[in-house]
Design a protein around this ligand. Structure first.
Ligand SMILES: N[C@@H](CCC(=O)N[C@@H](CS)C(=O)NCC(=O)O)C(=O)O
Length: 311
């Protein structure tokens, strides 16, 4: 069986979400450290252009976006579940809200000038400049707009006040009783705020939220060991992609298997990935592409939040 390989870097919020997902499931995995800024030649050799962090690789199958990574890990090990029975919609909907709305607040608060000065204190000015330019590129061309620090500060007490209220009354230790994807999608945003002294009080001021965050972080990251990006490319090259899912589906826009298409995120990091559409299911799209270094790979995307276009 192929190993789970996570392409990520330590300070990425969504990578922290993926690490916690792996920890919650008690899975063992390999860790490939990637650059936080473009270019990422070894990663894009696998994804075909998708640049966001993290990416999960299993042999010659490449999974983009933590929303889909969670579903893939659920297939790997059904229990404990990210999408508990009877909470399939509410857990996924809350997670999508946290991954976009709470994420935007966290990023805006951590990147406000007072906080940047502390967080990037040890980074040379050219590196800060390159990082800012990279992130401007990341956010161009998509539907996501950046939230001003003022608006993020303004709305933060509403988000945290509601959470504090719910968690004080909660019948159980997690957002919806048992742990679910909702907890992980919220936790990585608060973890990011806690990692900078200027923004940590924005979480610490809420005791029930802090106690809950401690419980979620307590799942840890599972057992992992390092792998180089060259080794990961070799794994892909030597592997055969997994069989396609056994799901019949009528594609609402008439796309068919075998068509040459491009798939891209709609919000930000909208770099298109070109290839042959192999599968379009309710949750997942699969593209076949061939790479000089990675060989034949199947790149998987969530349907929600991604678009398909004919080439
Ligand atoms: N919807 C994506 C969001 C991923 C995302 O925004 N990741 C950030 C890092 S936290 C990113 O890609 N930043 C730019 C980069 O790493 O190149 C997911 O769930 O995986």
């Amino acid at each position: 069986m192929s190993e789970l390989i996570l392409h990520h870097y330590p300070t990425s919020l969504f990578a922290e979400k993926a690490r916690l997902l792996l920890g919650f499931k008690g899975l063992s995995w390999r860790s490939v450290n990637i650059s936080p800024v473009m270019p990422k030649p070894d990663l894009t050799a696998l994804t075909g252009g998708y640049r966001k962090t993290p990416v999960l690789q299993i042999g010659a199958d490449i999974y983009c976006d933590t929303a889909l990574i969670a579903r893939r890990l659920e297939q790997e090990k059904a229990l404990p579940a990210f999408f508990p029975e009877g909470q399939e919609m509410i857990s996924a909907a809350f997670a999508a809200w946290a991954d976009s709305v709470v994420f935007q607040h966290a990023v805006s608060l951590v990147f406000q000038p007072e906080s940047i000065a502390v967080r990037f204190a040890k980074m040379p000015p050219e590196a800060i400049k390159a990082f800012v330019a990279d992130r401007a590129g990341l956010f161009s061309g998509g539907s996501a707009t950046r939230l001003s620090a003022e608006q993020a500060r303004h709305q933060w007490p509403t988000i945290m006040g509601r959470l504090e209220q719910q968690l004080q009354r909660e019948q159980g230790d997690f957002l919806f009783g048992d742990p679910s994807i909702a907890d992980f999608a919220l936790a990585h945003c608060l973890w990011f705020l806690k990692a900078t002294p200027v923004t940590a009080p924005l979480v610490d001021a809420y005791p029930a939220v802090s106690a809950w965050l401690g419980r979620v972080m307590g799942f840890g990251h599972g057992a992992f060991s390092d792998m180089t990006s060259e080794e990961a490319l070799e794994v892909a090259r030597n592997a055969t992609p997994a069989a396609l899912p056994d799901e019949r589906f009528d594609e609402p826009n008439g796309f068919e298997a075998g068509q040459q298409v491009v798939i891209a995120a709609t919000d930000y990091g909208v770099d298109p990935v070109a290839g042959e559409l192999l599968f379009a299911g309710r949750e997942e799209l699969i593209l076949r592409r061939e790479d000089e270094r990675g060989g034949v790979v199947h790149v998987h995307f969530p349907r929600f939040g991604f678009r398909i276009e004919k080439r």
